[in-house]
Ligand binder design. Structure first.
Ligand code: PLP
Ligand code: 3DJ
Length: 433
């Protein structure tokens, strides 16, 4: 609902953006983060910013190491032996799971390998894995290598559902590909380029109706969108914590295993998958945990998990519902400004516009996208990212981005285009795009 004040203001003006910021009940969280005052950060969908609380929790854990040495495993504020489980309990509400269905461990790609070695059980003519052609490359490489380990030719056994337009996937096309040759389905929750949010509930129900297990890569949705993994009966999921959850570069990832699968032998076993009370018996017989913790392998990367303690506190306080509400509102605001300010400049909006199909970022397509990104970064001090072949991703993150940031971003993008500043750069991606 627009207030009296908003109605009087030009909705494309800077004052209007300021008004939106004044009315933003999450605005205070920006002060929790380290924000470079000389730049506008629009890349929290790739690497989230450092919060002061995440920094503090990392310092706390370092302090425990400094003062306790080996006893940090069982003593101190956050005993390391239980840290993965403690963080799982804190993350579970973000994915609609019970604490024992989540564990903070490994990396996204390693967790995918773990889950596929566990849940891909080809039998008879059911030997194929179903994915999609827009999936993040690391997932595809993992699936291809898993098929090879089973002696299958990935060209034949990895089905990649085609996109009709190179941007989006149609749920109907995915469902049509769920044949009786498919043993396992792995799909993204939100597509990393277009930001399309797939209907996970529907896809899970359809997969199960055909006797197929299904798992989701939640890298681009966890911390941005509410999930109901357990209610939807998703079999498994995996995600990184360094994007919307602000756990830091390469920070430890997470996985979800539906309770009905607890007790399934992990494909890749290791001693940290043991029952906590049995682990230090040091027996050669594996007594696996009766939780998702069973899918851990070796010693947790404590220092790469510690920032998540502080970071998840912020999510508990702000609440995901409010964060999603702001995310939808601020991305819509950005789309409206783009439409108003940047028409006839060769841009195409490449993300879904409907709220129920949109993730946390805006995806702008342009034939000069690579060099527009360079000009934005170097000359306009806006941090977007580029994804080949022609995408500029812009993520106003509800915890720390302002409506003013969005307004400035679109204005500076306009200057970049009107003054042809991008022509000073080669239209090629950087090494790390
Ligand atoms: C959707 C998706 N899947 C997988 C990965 C790979 O994650 P990692 O390199 O942490 O294993 C990423 C990001 O890098 C991603 O965005
Ligand atoms: N994992 C990354 C990295 O090691 C370097 C730079 C970027 C990343 C990313 O996470 C990219 C991200 N997954 C993407 O959506 O493209």
């Amino acid at each position: 609902m627009m207030t009296q004040d908003q109605q009087e203001l030009d909705p494309y003006s800077k004052q209007y953006a300021r008004k939106l910021d004044e009315q933003d009940e999450l605005a205070g969280y920006r002060d929790e983060f380290y924000i470079n005052p000389n730049a506008i950060y629009m890349d929290g969908n790739s690497l989230g910013l450092l919060s002061k609380r995440a920094e503090q929790s990392l310092l706390d854990v370092l302090g425990a190491w400094r003062t306790l040495g080996i006893d940090g495993w069982m003593q101190g504020q956050h005993p390391w032996y239980y840290l993965a489980e403690k963080l799982a309990a804190m993350s579970a509400p973000l994915v609609g799971a019970s604490a024992d269905e989540v564990i903070v461990t490994g990396s996204t790609t390693v967790n995918l390998h773990q889950l596929v070695t566990t849940f891909y059980k080809p039998q008879g003519t059911r030997t194929k894995i179903l994915a999609d052609e827009l999936n993040f490359p690391s997932d595809i490489y993992a699936l291809q290598s898993q098929l090879k380990l089973h002696g299958y030719d990935p060209d034949e056994h990895l089905i990649r559902v085609a996109s009709r337009d190179g941007r989006f996937l149609q749920e109907e096309d995915i469902i049509a590909a769920m044949t009786d040759e498919v043993a396992l389905i792995v799909l993204p929750s939100v597509l990393y380029r277009s930001g399309q949010l797939l209907d996970m509930k529907r896809l899970t129900a359809e997969a199960h109706a055909r006797g197929i297990l299904i798992g989701f890569d939640g890298c681009h949705s966890v911390g941005s969108i509410p999930h109901s993994f357990s209610e939807w009966d998703v079999d498994f999921a995996f995600w990184c914590n360094y994007k919307y959850l602000n756990n830091g570069p390469g920070g430890t990832a997470s996985l979800y295993v539906n309770r009905k699968h607890h007790g399934t032998t992990p494909g890749l076993a290791g001693w940290f998958g043991s029952r906590k009370d049995k682990q230090f018996d040091m027996e050669h017989q594996f007594h696996q945990a009766d939780t998702a913790g069973a899918f851990q392998i070796g010693t947790p990367n404590i220092l790469s998990m510690a920032p998540l303690i502080g970071s998840l506190e912020l999510f508990a306080e702000a609440t995901l519902e409010k964060l999603r509400q702001k995310s939808l509102h601020i991305t819509r605001y950005m789309m409206e400004l783009i439409e108003h300010e940047l028409s006839d400049m060769g841009f195409t909006l490449g993300n879904p516009t409907e709220d129920e199909r949109r993730g946390g970022h805006v995806s702008l397509e342009h034939q000069d996208a690579a060099r527009i990104c360079k000009a934005l970064k170097e000359l306009q001090h806006i941090v977007p990212d580029f994804r080949a072949p022609n995408i500029i991703r812009l993520a106003p993150v509800p915890l720390y981005s302002t409506y003013g940031d969005v307004w400035e971003t679109v204005q500076r993008l306009k200057i970049t285009m009107v003054d042809k500043q991008y022509e000073k750069f080669a239209n090629m991606r950087d090494v790390v795009a």
